[in-house]
Design a binder for this molecule. Structure first.
Ligand SMILES: C[S@@+](CC[C@H](N)C(=O)[O-])C[C@H]1O[C@@H](n2cnc3c(N)ncnc32)[C@H](O)[C@@H]1O
Length: 324
């Protein structure tokens, strides 16, 4: 959206009233599934202030009207979603996931599957995806098999464009062993490093809403969805795990979630793989039947998934660019 002409109004007095905050919370939930708790009013006010300044709006109420009155561009809605999502990530985050992957899970899948497909769902700026590329390449080389295919998806257009660029600084790179830094990265300006063109060419990134776009493949062998569900409420987590992931994942597939997350107490489709000593779940054998009836998942007449917010979508298959 273009910046409107004229002087910027004085924003010092703009405050986010409770009822406007409640309306933003409902909009955020509707668009992303993110459950913005009470107490996040200051956070949301701070994150949206830059949109008010950019658009020269005098109040949060005006911004809410702009987003919802049918005159909002896709680009401004994307900016709004960028502003309200949390994108913290770094290379080799929660390292025992990658140990389990390279020592146990990938060798097993290389033995039993013709090809291995990995989906990083909610990948933010790409560090998780490139870590997967490095770990999967090394495991495939050791086993003498074809490298897994890897796709990273995120609802935020800004983070996906940064992921495609693959440029990172110290904070993101702090856990990358020096020999891997040398092999997989090239130094660029200002002390930053860029993932090598060769490695970047072997991952794919897409803008994708977990709830309104079909999964990148049917029969995904490994889903990483780490530190994403933490922002969703229980009903939304259930829809995602037992509705969407249970349908997308291969019968022998693995689901990795963040170390501060848990599926215990609500999933009927996944079982905790306790031997792996990390938050990793396997699909249960009867999950397909359960997934068909998972809360929030309905099928249309052709058997395609109607997504959790009610929009008809294809049941998956080939990958395609998602939209907000
Ligand atoms: C904290 S980051 C996690 C990054 C990475 N998985 C990790 O653990 O380091 C959470 C990401 O989830 C994304 N996200 C939130 N809601 C989403 C949705 N409905 N669909 C797709 N991505 C979503 C956010 O944009 C954000 O980039």
């Amino acid at each position: 959206m273009n910046t409107p002409p004229g002087p910027a109004p004085v924003l010092a007095g703009a405050t986010l009233a409770q009822d406007t905050f409640d309306k933003f919370r409902a909009l955020i939930y509707q668009k992303t599934g993110i459950h913005m708790r009470e107490g996040k009013q200051i956070l949301i006010a701070n994150r949206l202030r830059k949109r008010l300044v950019h658009l020269k709006l005098a109040s949060y109420e005006e911004y809410y009207s702009l987003l919802t009155a049918g005159r909002c561009s896709d680009a401004e809605m994307a900016q709004f979603i960028d502003a309200v999502s949390t994108n913290e990530t770094y290379f080799f985050r929660e390292g025992n996931h990658f140990t389990a992957l390279s020592t146990t899970i990938l060798p097993e899948l290389f033995r039993t599957q013709g090809r291995v497909r990995i989906w990083s769902a909610g990948c933010s700026t790409g560090e998780e995806v490139y870590t997967l590329r490095i770990v999967a390449d090394q495991a495939a080389r050791a086993a003498g098999v074809r490298e897994p295919e890897i796709v990273g998806t995120d609802i935020s257009t800004t983070v996906i464009s940064r992921a495609r660029g693959g440029i990172y600084k110290d904070r993101a790179l702090r856990l990358v062993p020096p020999e891997l830094l040398k092999t997989y990265f090239v130094p660029v300006d200002n002390g930053a490093f860029q993932v090598s063109a060769e490695a970047r060419a072997r991952v794919e990134f897409r803008v994708h809403n977990l709830f309104t776009d079909p999964p990148p493949w049917e029969g995904v062998n490994i889903i990483f969805c780490r530190n994403v569900m933490i922002y969703f409420d229980k009903p939304t987590q259930t829809k995602l795990v037992d509705g969407i992931f249970a349908r997308a994942i291969h019968p022998d597939g693995y689901l990795f979630i963040g170390h501060s997350e848990s599926l215990s107490g609500f999933t009927k489709c996944f079982t905790y793989a306790s031997a792996l000593k990390a938050p990793i779940y396997r699909r249960k054998k009867d999950a397909a039947a359960v997934a068909r009836d998972a809360p929030g998942v309905t099928l249309d007449a052709a058997g395609a998934v109607r997504d959790v917010f009610g929009t008809a979508k294809g049941a998956g298959g080939t990958a395609r660019e998602g939209t907000l």
